[in-house]
Design a protein around this ligand. Sequence first.
Ligand code: FES
Length: 129
Amino acid sequence: MAQIGYSKKVMKHFMNPRNVGTIENPDGYGKVGNPVCGDLMEIFIRVKDNIITDIKFKTFGCGSAIATSSMVTEMAKGMNVSEALKITRKDVADELDGLPPHKMHCSNLAADALHEAIKDYKKKEGKKT
Ligand code: FES
């Protein structure tokens, strides 16, 4: 397969994405669309004592969106929610050894959906107390 500027890590996560799927009754759920291409991303998190113990994603996105989501789920798993909120689009792209410049917008979906899922969790937690 032609790799056209994709790093080995991007190809690895695209060919064998981690944490694909859904979580029933998640503690946090985030869904975002990419205004550039119209693609969609959903992230589900399970949280215990403010730690992300499980995380899954589902996407209608391109290969870069799949690779960045796979990477962001790996990065966020086991993290405190407040720390995970600080993961930026650039952090995800950097962890993948970069994305071609015209595909950088694809990394928005993964980080943004993660942030939405955490905000949803925090909102639900706020209601409980
Ligand atoms: Fe839509 Fe990559 S082209 S997320």
